[in-house]
Design a protein. Sequence first.
Length: 155
Amino acid sequence: MSKTAGLLKPVFRIVAIGLTVGALTACTAIYRNHGYVPTAEELAAIQVGVDTRDSVVEAVGTPSSSGLLNESGYYYVATRMRHYGARAPQVVSRELVAISFDQRGVVRNIERYGLEDGRVIPLERRVTSSSVEDKTFIRQLLGNLGSFNPANVIN
């Protein structure tokens, strides 16, 4: 019995050390980078009032996104997130470069924003009601038969 106990003691130590090391490495923070923001040197190459959309793309690359209204600007966004164990990911830093253009497509302004300049916007989980929640397909079909007017089809 003592011979078996003597063999199990080193195995128990190795397993305990392995579990401890595994637990410590599982709690190590993992950082992930998303997006791209041009460096200050790349942005210095862009001249306000001279460069166009095409020259900006050549100088600093394709933007992460562009403006929705008449392509008003280019936006470069970079985010660094920390994943720590089972916790939800946390945004450590966020940087945004906004390049706006005038009506002719010439650079009007270059602005840089950080995480401290932003606001947290809560997402709404509301869903628009469809008013057909308790009506089956057959009930909807039969309900529409009474409201059918052939005069509307002819005109």
